[in-house]
Design a protein around this ligand. Structure first.
Ligand code: NAD
Length: 271
């Protein structure tokens, strides 16, 4: 068997996303924000899609101040018209779309045990976390096909893979749906130049968890289950998203890509 010639996976100046256009939802905070800044440093033109206009504009101008290319678009990912418009805005601003990072998600306080969680909370979480990813893919995939291929990263969570006794039933159900949907997308588009992977982070130090972890007892209750004994930093998840976005992950497809400090590998956690 002859080995294929080693092609460089990086752009001319060594950047991993040189000449790529990436759309990131929920890019105004946490993991999305860190990923937007990192993708821009790696040469991508970044579409910052965010419901919180102030936060989104801030990230876009941060990228531009650092010499990168960014475009802000206000979008509520749970609304079809917004999802369609954010993709149109990406193609209008930068010509093409190659990377779609469906990252936006919510984790409301009222989400808890299946017995106590009210229907409105369940519907809201499913609408943003699951339908939002569906709409992003529904309108984003045709753009990736027009560009000749690309990478889809959908944010699930380690709770898509295992259950928690400190329940958050709507969130967990939504993330399980994201993982299942991503697998199916990966299979359907595998021969069309598109890869789709579900990013499954463990607990990350972002505003999403800040309220929950403001109570030291609640924080400790979760930390004991993390073999590494600490939360992830958002940039650690952003680096995984970079790998999945770039050609370095060219054979990684349909994966539940865990970035969880060994939570899902553990039976007993070391003291
Ligand atoms: P975050 O709260 O810091 O950021 C989420 C961003 O999404 C916010 O800027 C918010 O304004 C935006 N957003 C919320 N609803 C939106 C909507 N309908 N349309 C557009 N934007 C919207 O959260 P984060 O921790 O960075 O989480 C990012 C993703 O990672 C989420 O999908 C979350 O479920 C997932 N995740 C987070 C953790 C964690 O521990 N932080 C763990 C696993 C998975």
């Amino acid at each position: 068997m002859t080995r294929p010639k080693r092609a460089s996976l990086r752009g001319g100046n060594g950047r991993r996303l040189q000449d790529k256009v990436a759309l990131i939802t929920g890019a105004g905070s946490g993991i999305g924000r860190e990923t937007a800044l990192l993708f821009a440093r790696e040469g991508a033109s970044v579409v910052v899609a965010e419901m919180n206009e102030e936060a989104g504009r801030k990230v876009a101008s941060e990228i531009e101040r650092a010499g990168g290319a960014a475009h802000f678009v206000r979008a509520d990912v749970s609304k079809a018209a917004d999802a369609r418009a954010m993709v149109e805005a990406a193609e209008k601003a930068f010509g093409n779309l190659h990377v779609l990072f469906n990252n936006a998600g919510i984790f409301p306080d009222a989400d808890g045990s299946v017995i106590e969680t009210d229907e409105e909370t369940f519907d809201l979480v499913i609408r943003v976390n699951l339908k939002g990813v569906f709409l992003g893919c529904k309108y984003g995939l045709p753009a990736l096909l027009r560009a000749g291929g690309g990478s889809v990263i959908n944010t699930a969570s380690f709770v898509a893979l295992m259950g928690s006794a400190t329940s958050q039933v709507a969130y967990t159900a939504s993330k399980g749906g994201v993982l299942a949907m991503t697998r199916e997308i990966a299979v359907e588009f595998a021969r069309k130049g598109i890869r789709a992977n579900a990013l499954c982070p463990g607990p990350v130090e972002t505003p999403l968890l800040a309220k929950l972890f403001a109570d030291p007892a609640r924080k400790q209750r979760r930390l004991v289950h993390i073999p590494m004994g600490r939360l992830a930093r958002p940039e650690e998840v952003a680096r995984a998203a970079l790998f999945l976005a770039s050609d370095e992950s060219s054979y990684v497809n349909g994966a539940a890509f865990t970035v969880d400090g060994a939570i899902t590998a553990a039976y007993v956690t070391p003291e």
